[in-house]
Design a protein around this ligand. Structure first.
Ligand code: IFM
Length: 401
């Protein structure tokens, strides 16, 4: 099983999930407000330990690293850009290049500056201009970066933004908010993203795309969470309707980009009543989703059909405490990807989610990392999957039965 020349092999992270103390962000301000939600705190202290993290990748055979720059640090108050923070991210880029890692840089990964949220967030009139001003400033440090992701999972962000609005309305009406749980029963389907919010993100993406291209020469795209829907017999039309709301609006928004990022973790059935819950099963992951290594194959084929663009796997992985399951999952995912390449999908790289066991948006229990992190000492302990995947990266392929 070999992959195309120049294939990117790496891992992905997001600033809020690993850096620690992202004090000026809206997510930080809201942590702990919902029952059962844990705080990010120092996270993995990658803000200070990024060289060590990148070394783990470079020393184990990988050739790329996806990380984000944090808007809330760069622009802590409207219009005031921190030269020190821009310098920090410039040093990160230089460190990656020095270690032989291609930097894949995300400009927005779910979190906003707290002031932006207070101004009304993405629904407010100045949102697009605010984002454009941030991106314009950020481009000044991107020399040498070949791949830029403008926004991470705009479809999940549209879902989260819609949910936050509903929570706010419930609070204002004095009604207690019931959040969906993933405890013992079947994991309920996530609420659908609001298309109107999604269209705003398409607008935001288009507003910065040429800016990034002109100022940096990097390839520009965004990364869409792919649900890998499968239709029960007779439910194809229902599936297409949901596919539009969940993915195709965003995939169509990527037309004209240089590439599209595909992110996929599990597959989900669509029946007459819509998306089916993941039923409880011993193989389910720590976030309650089904063990479906083949999902990434469904995701890239659908993305290829809708966009025809070069594809970078910007996230794929599994929340498990059993690293042998991580290896089995990733092996299955690579097989599915290899088959898709053979069928003509233009695949440029595979970036595993995630390098580190990190902060999973309110929870520390779901561990996605190739590397375990002690949250008191911050000592990094590589899991066997790091060397295993790095070996495949070195060989640009593998003998897989
Ligand atoms: O941790 C997240 C990431 O921030 C976005 N994509 C899915 C991951 C796992 O849930």
């Amino acid at each position: 099983m070999s992959f195309p020349n120049g294939f990117l092999w790496g891992a992905s992270t997001a600033p809020h999930q690993i850096e620690g103390n992202n004090l000026n962000s809206d997510f930080w301000a809201n942590e702990g407000r919902m029952p059962g939600m844990e705080r990010s705190g120092d996270a993995c202290d990658s803000y200070h330990r990024y060289r060590e993290d990148m070394r783990l990748l470079a020393d184990n055979g990988f050739n790329s690293y996806r990380f984000g720059i944090e808007w809330a640090r760069i622009e802590p108050v409207p219009g005031e850009f921190s030269r020190a923070e821009l310098g920090h991210y410039r040093l990160m880029i230089e460190t990656a290049l020095e270690l032989g890692l291609k930097a894949v840089v995300t400009l927005h990964h779910f979190t906003n500056p707290a002031w932006f949220a207070a101004e009304g967030g993405w629904a407010a009139p100045p949102a697009i201009d605010r984002f454009r001003a941030y991106v314009e400033t950020a481009t000044s440090i991107l020399d040498g970066v070949e791949w830029v992701v403008t926004m991470n999972e705009p479809n999940m962000l549209a879902m989260m933004t819609g949910l936050a609005l509903k929570m706010q309305q419930a609070t204002e009406a004095g009604v207690e908010w019931q959040s969906p749980t993933v405890d013992d029963g079947p994991r309920p389907p996530l609420p659908a993203p609001e298309p109107e919010i999604g269209k705003r993100f398409v607008e935001a993406h288009h507003a910065v795309r040429d800016l990034v291209r002109e100022r940096t020469g990097a390839k520009v795209g965004w990364s869409v969470a792919n649900r890998a829907f499968e239709a029960r017999p007779g439910c194809e039309a229902k599936m297409q309707e949901l596919q539009y709301i969940w993915e195709d609006l965003y995939l169509e928004g990527s037309k004209g980009d240089d590439f599209v990022g595909v992110q996929s973790y599990s597959a989900q059935w669509v029946g007459e009543d819509g998306i089916e819950p993941y039923p409880p099963h011993p193989d389910n992951t720590l976030v309650g989703t089904a063990f479906r290594p083949d999902a990434i194959g469904i995701a890239v084929r659908h993305t290829h059909e809708v966009t025809g663009l070069p594809i970078l796997i910007t996230e794929n992985g599994i929340a498990t405490s059993d690293d042998t399951r991580r290896i089995a999952y990733t092996e299955g995912a690579l097989q599915a990807l290899h088959a898709a390449v053979n069928d003509g999908v233009d695949l440029r790289g595979y970036l595993h989610w995630s390098l580190l066991d990190n902060y999973e948006w309110g929870h520390w229990a779901p561990t996605f990392g190739l590397v375990q992190v002690d949250r008191t000492t911050f000592v990094r302990t590589p899991k066997p999957s790091l060397a295993w995947l790095g070996g495949i990266a070195r060989a640009n392929g593998a003998e897989i039965a």
